[in-house]
Design a protein around this ligand. Structure first.
Ligand code: NAP
Length: 442
């Protein structure tokens, strides 16, 4: 019998790994996914108004139709099936379950109900079945502070103030659009502990903030470096970011704009005080040794709602070694340390960085290591039918590729009624009912 592998997580890293294993090496792959639907962060991370990046999923789902690939949605590894079960059933397992937790700031006020992680907020506006509901937050906030200078902070900022008509063409669920229609958010303060030259946002994404109709954007000129070329040190992205931010620093403030975005660089959050409607930040500078240091100068920024966008973090999985300081699974060239058959790819391997395409190279490197270790060895795996029997025995009703296609069709039909390409269905029970064929439409 040919080798059989499992993949845990149907995000881009998992699907790319499956494609390479099946297509280039003729290896059978079973993909396990905790959600009823595939695509991971392409569905639940990429902003709905970024149509071309989101369209990557049309290509990703094609892999699920490969004759050597099987999709098992709605199966949670670590709960329904253990790491040791997978080890028994397959010749090798690639863990690609990403980084779903938020990093902590560890400052007073961080856990106030009006201080939420961007990871959760993004899940909400993309229609993730396990997301909280932030309608009330938006209905009661005028000033929002977004902490962080990465692309997620930029996405969140844009979604908060983008004209609703431009979001109505996306696949955002209707309850999210309604909350954005009712939102009282007017001013977004983007707060970063370091300078404009240290932002991890990319220029294309940054620039979009300056192009939003009815939204004034401002940067404090004194936050910019004395010399952009010196500060960017040959890095073209930084150079381009600085040019954008410098232009914004010269814009006349438009007090008539219904919305505003204000950047506060060199501002390290010290305390979130929702009762006083402020966040206290310490002004920062680069010290003589080149390190970031506090100036002792505290400043208050008005706030009703804080969205903390300081990065994602991976979670441990019982049965696998874990580096809790970095939030990743330690490995060597993709093979998990202290394991004979476990591999990693994507964010749980390298941390939360890079673009979607980065996962292809990453998955490819892991597959190389995996295939080399299987070379010449006979298979010890069990057939797919046995896996299905085992899941049935445990009362786990999984979503297969046909079930996913029924969800896809239902979402497209719902979108068509509303004059758009798709509307995301966000309730798990509804997704499962549609996948199981018990509900045909919404
Ligand atoms: P990120 O780029 O790592 O940004 C995290 C931000 O949080 C940084 O500005 C960081 O500042 C700040 N931060 C971390 N700890 C902090 C603390 N204790 N106090 C204050 N600030 C703190 O992460 P991300 O924005 O979550 O994005 C994750 C990945 O997804 C990135 O690779 C990103 O490019 C990608 N992504 C891409 C797109 C797109 O292409 N359109 C969209 C969304 C996400 P320091 O630098 O000072 O640590």
């Amino acid at each position: 019998m040919s080798h059989r592998c499992a993949i845990v997580g149907a995000g881009p890293a998992g699907i790319y790994a499956a494609e390479i294993l099946a297509e280039e090496h003729g290896i059978e792959v079973d993909i396990f996914e905790a959600l009823p639907v595939p695509c991971g962060l392409v569905r639940y991370g990429v902003a709905p108004d970024h149509f071309s990046i989101r369209s990557v999923r049309d290509k990703l789902v094609q892999t699920l139709d490969h004759p050597k690939v099987r999709f098992f949605g709605n199966v949670t590894i670590g709960r329904d099936v253990s790491v040791s079960d997978l080890s028994e059933w397959y010749d090798a397992v690639i863990y690609t379950y990403g980084a779903s937790q938020d990093r902590r700031l560890s400052i007073p006020g961080e856990d106030h109900p009006m201080s939420i992680p961007a990871t959760e907020f993004v899940r909400w506006y993309t229609g993730h079945p396990d997301a909280g509901d932030f309608s009330q937050h938006l209905a009661s906030a005028t000033n929002v502070v977004v902490i962080g200078l990465g692309n997620v902070a930029v996405d969140v900022t844009r979604i908060l103030v983008k004209p609703i008509a431009e979001l109505e063409t996306t696949d955002m669920p209707e309850h999210v659009l309604e909350a954005l229609r009712q939102s009282s958010v007017r001013h977004v303060h983007v707060v970063g502990r370091r300078g404009p030259q240290h932002g991890t946002f990319t220029t294309k994404e940054l620039k979009e903030l300056g192009e939003l109709s009815g939204v004034g954007v401002s940067v404090h000129a004194e936050d910019l470096p004395a010399n952009d070329q010196e500060a960017s040190n040959g890095n073209r992205v930084i150079e381009r970011n600085l040019a954008v931010l410098r232009e914004w620093s010269t814009r006349e403030s438009d007090t008539d704009s219904p919305g505003s975005i204000e950047f506060h660089f060199w501002s390290k959050p010290e305390e979130i005080d929702i009762a006083a409607q402020v966040i206290r930040v310490e002004r920062m500078e680069i010290g003589p040794t080149g390190d970031l240091q506090g100036t002792g100068n505290l400043v208050e920024i008005p706030v009703d709602l804080v969205i903390r966008s300081v990065g994602y973090r991976g979670e441990s999985l019982e049965g696998l070694i874990f580096d809790s300081a970095q939030g990743v699974i330690p490995h060597s060239e993709g093979k998990v340390d202290q394991s004979s058959d476990a591999y990693v790819a994507g964010w749980i391997k390298r941390g939360p960085s890079g673009i979607i395409g980065t996962n292809k190279k990453d998955a490819s490197a892991t597959v190389l290591t995996l295939v080399a270790s299987l070379d010449g060895a006979s298979s010890r795996s069990i057939p797919s039918e046995k896996v299905i029997e085992e899941l049935a025995h445990r009362n786990i009703s999984f979503v297969d590729v046909e079930g996913w296609k029924r969800i896809d069709t239902a979402e497209r039909s719902l979108g068509a009624i509303q004059g758009r390409e798709r509307t995301t269905i966000h309730e798990r029970q509804q997704l499962l009912a549609i996948a199981g064929g018990t509900t045909q439409s919404t």
